[in-house]
Write a protein that binds this ligand. Structure first.
Ligand SMILES: Cc1cc2nc3c(=O)[nH]c(=O)nc-3n(C[C@H](O)[C@H](O)[C@H](O)COP(=O)(O)O)c2cc1C
Length: 437
């Protein structure tokens, strides 16, 4: 038997109309209402998952390229996942729900109170995915846009402020005992007067303290500064890295070093690598899919161009696909990392069509060239990751019952039989489940 790992689902394109252009749309696809997501989280809980993380971006992006983002609904609209969370909690009893929140978008006092309310409402199952994207700054006042590290500094000040507010009710402040004739002792509340670089506010918080720990902090940043933030602050890291032993070991070591430097134990943070498997019923089917992906048709190339145009906020669909890609089409607002990910190892003479076709290419799980394979092959990969000390994985995709069942129905019984997936939930909510092994 292998040792157990933690499993999560990452709704990687937020709370939006993912069914647009998909056969889902044909029947009861009401993405603005809770039913589809409630059915999905029930399936995740039935499978024994720890948590669902919901990506978010509060903005439609650069004003000049909004049409590219919403034309096919790749980059928006997105509704607020914090407000979806109570509906998901109501449909489940154990699953953690982790909306994404940007410290630029909510003041610490408001955030601390909202999160405390949801933590109590949910039976201590809330997590918060803290992101540092600065592109939406213009929606939140006139302060200048921060740089990369400045956004992390602000996130740390925001989080420390929130934690001070959560802890503003000292031990014994909440009495709630009719025999005493008192509900609470105001003398035991700390005033919390925060005057920082980014925020100024007073406490104490108008919400009662937690019985089973704070909401779990989740973080996704992969830079040195991002990994240091995770080690210092997070209960879960949403990790992206090549899934080989060296990359995984190095990624984990950086976060663990930061955890120890901040007086925490490496066990205090679970590092979950994000994977999107394509589970098929036989090795032959997997081979066929991979072979077909080497020759994408015109519609597939167009789909990739539309998706990349949304992500890169640059209209690739208007370019000549058979000419080399002129990098000057990308404005200042496009990150260099994103351009590098698009171009890959191709040289300057490569036609755009070839660059796009490379993004259609799938690989097999069995030879570690990709993520197409049978449930058994995928379980082998997860066991191998576990043998390198991995804490768990995040499967990502949209959050529709069909997608969730397609990925989980064959996989879950295999993982459970192999001892990789939990057989019971702990009492005490998300943090208790994360600490169970
Ligand atoms: C896997 C992953 C998921 C992310 N999810 C979000 C998100 O949901 N919303 C958002 O605004 N930014 C998101 N980000 C952006 C990060 O919060 C951060 O701003 C960005 O990655 C730059 O930090 P880094 O250089 O440390 O990675 C995500 C980043 C990664 C790598």
């Amino acid at each position: 038997m292998s040792r157990p790992q933690h499993f999560g689902w990452f709704l990687a394109r937020g709370f939006g109309p993912h069914g647009w252009g998909h056969p889902y749309l044909d029947w009861n696809y009401r993405w603005t209402e809770p039913a589809l997501y409630q059915d999905s989280v029930r399936a995740l809980e039935q499978a024994g998952f720890d948590l669902l993380i919901i990506e978010d971006a509060p903005s439609l992006g650069s004003p000049r390229t909004i049409d590219l983002r919403i034309r096919h609904a790749f980059g928006g609209p997105k509704h607020d996942p914090l407000l979806l969370a109570p509906y998901l909690f109501a449909a489940t009893s154990h699953l953690g729900v982790v909306p994404t929140v940007n410290p630029a978008a909510s003041l610490p006092y408001t955030a601390a109170r909202q999160f405390a309310t949801l933590q109590h409402l949910s039976g201590h199952r809330l997590g918060i995915n803290v992101v540092t994207d600065t592109g939406s700054a213009r929606h939140f006042g006139i302060a200048p846009q921060l740089d990369h590290d400045g956004a992390y500094d602000r996130a740390e000040e925001w989080l420390a402020g929130i934690r001070a507010l959560w802890n503003s009710w000292g031990d014994g402040a909440l009495i709630a005992d009719p025999a005493h004739g008192r509900y609470a002792d105001g003398a035991l509340l700390a005033p919390v007067q925060h005057r920082g670089e980014y925020f100024s506010f007073d406490g104490p918080l108008n919400a009662i303290p937690f019985t089973d720990g704070e909401p779990a902090i989740v973080s996704p940043g992969g830079s040195g500064r991002g990994l240091a933030f995770a080690g210092a602050n997070s209960a879960v890291q949403l990790a992206l890295a090549p899934l080989d032993e060296k990359s995984i070991t190095e990624y984990r070591a950086k976060i663990h070093a930061s955890a120890v430097a901040h007086g925490r134990s490496p066990d205090d943070i679970k590092i979950l690598f994000a994977i999107q498997p394509v589970i098929v019923s036989s090795p032959e089917e997997a081979d066929r899919l991979v072979a077909a992906s080497r020759h994408p048709d015109e519609a597939a190339i167009r789909y990739i161009a539309e998706r990349q145009s949304s992500d890169l906020e640059t209209d690739l669909t208007a370019l000549d696909l058979d000419a080399p890609l002129d990098l000057s089409v990308f404005g200042e607002h496009v990150s260099h990392g994103s351009i590098r990910r698009l171009v890959g190892a191709h040289d300057a003479d490569t036609p755009l069509r070839t660059i796009l076709a490379a993004h259609a290419k799938l690989g097999r799980i069995s030879d570690r060239s990709g993520f197409v394979g049978t449930a058994n092959e995928f379980a082998d990969l997860i066991e191998e990751l576990g043998s390198w000390g991995n804490d768990g994985v995040l499967l990502w995709g949209d959050l529709h019952p069909v997608t969730v069942h397609r990925v989980l129905d064959d996989l879950v019984p295999i993982l459970r039989r192999r001892g990789v997936l939990r057989t019971e939930y702990a009492a005490g909510g998300l943090q208790a489940n994360l600490r169970a092994f």
